[in-house]
Design a protein around this ligand. Structure first.
Ligand code: NAD
Ligand code: FES
Length: 296
């Protein structure tokens, strides 16, 4: 059992939980995630690790209420225990496997969209703690939905905030700021890391491709087991089948088939859609998930 030590409402429908999870905290790295269940009957929810403290044995999880499972989770209080916190899952950010001296010579830009700011934070913090500077763009629909601004400001060299409605920072989408920085402000970037809604990552990638900036994205398709068994998180990257939970979640954004990812996420929502995917994907939707009953 995993005790919730602190809860905080970051914005409307967005919560942060500090959870005692000693084994996860001892091993996790930026980019990895956990799958949690609030209780034995609850659904499994994949959540990115937003922060961790090895000494205290805690991890910080940030989530948005998007359905029954996350609503149930949001109702838990400090002192309550979660039934499962499985992880760390997925591969750590590619940055963690790159030579620090090489990183120090690079100009890195993070583009964080909405709740996607949560998985950006540990990467920015990790870089800063290793003496590597980076710039960050945070985009949100409105001022009230900007999260972790101060936390990221503590570690980023430059932080640019954009809101769709102009209620805070500059008005527009993250791609407007990205283009402005490169085309008008003379910024040069060797790498962009974009994390946020799929549609945002798609358009950031179209923008960075035109600007010749290599781009990493972190995909969050529907996940069930998180261990490569069920096929739920199947994505196509460079025309090859990949599973975001074990091969990712990070991929080369210029090679991701975003349209398929978004279409698949829609189809997976219905029983009929899942049956269709079982027929279509066959041997790569290979069983074990609670949705397909382990037939494939
Ligand atoms: P949102 O819809 O408010 O979008 C955030 C920002 O993305 C916007 O402010 C805008 O600047 C940019 N954006 C959106 N559409 C764009 C477009 N067409 N072109 C360019 N920029 C665009 O974000 P939200 O409501 O917080 O997003 C929730 C979604 O994010 C959920 O679907 C969730 O699954 C996903 N998410 C992804 C990750 C991840 O790891 N990739 C993590 C957490 C959440
Ligand atoms: Fe990735 Fe099941 S969640 S294969």
């Amino acid at each position: 059992m995993y005790q919730i030590l602190k809860t905080q409402k970051l914005a409307d429908n967005i919560y942060s939980f500090v959870v005692k999870a000693r084994r996860v905290a001892a091993k996790c790295l930026p980019g990895q995630f956990v799958i949690v269940r609030s209780d034995a009957d609850a659904e499994r929810i994949p959540l990115t690790i937003c922060d961790y403290c090895r000494e205290e044995g805690t991890i910080t999880l940030v989530f948005q209420v998007v359905g029954a499972g996350t609503l149930r989770l949001s109702k838990m209080s400090e002192g309550n225990f979660m039934c499962d916190v499985a992880g760390p899952l997925g591969c750590a950010s590619e940055l963690c496997n790159t030579d620090i001296e090489k990183l120090k010579k690079m100009n890195i830009l993070f583009v964080a969209g909405g709740v996607g700011t949560a998985p950006v934070f540990p990467q920015v913090k990790w870089l800063s703690n290793n003496g590597v500077d980076c710039d960050v763009i945070i985009g949100a629909k409105t001022k009230d939905l900007v999260i972790l601004e101060n936390e990221i400001r503590n570690y980023a060299r430059n932080l640019y905030v954009t809101t769709d409605d102009g209620s805070y920072g500059s008005k527009g989408l993250v791609t407007n700021t990205l283009e402005d920085l490169v085309k008008n402000k003379g910024k040069k970037y060797d790498l962009c890391v974009a994390i946020g809604p799929m549609i945002m990552m798609k358009f950031v990638c179209l923008t960075t491709k035109a600007l010749s900036i290599p781009t990493t994205v972190s995909l969050n398709p529907i996940m069930v087991d998180g261990t490569g068994m069920c096929g739920a998180c199947r994505v196509t990257v460079d025309n090859k089948v990949k599973f975001a939970c074990v091969d990712g979640p990070e991929f080369d954004g210029h090679l991701v088939d975003f349209d398929e990812c978004m279409k698949r996420a829609q189809i997976y929502k219905t029983e009929e859609g899942r049956a269709y995917l079982r027929e279509k994907e066959g041997d790569t939707h290979h069983g074990g998930c609670s949705y397909c009953g382990g037939e494939h």
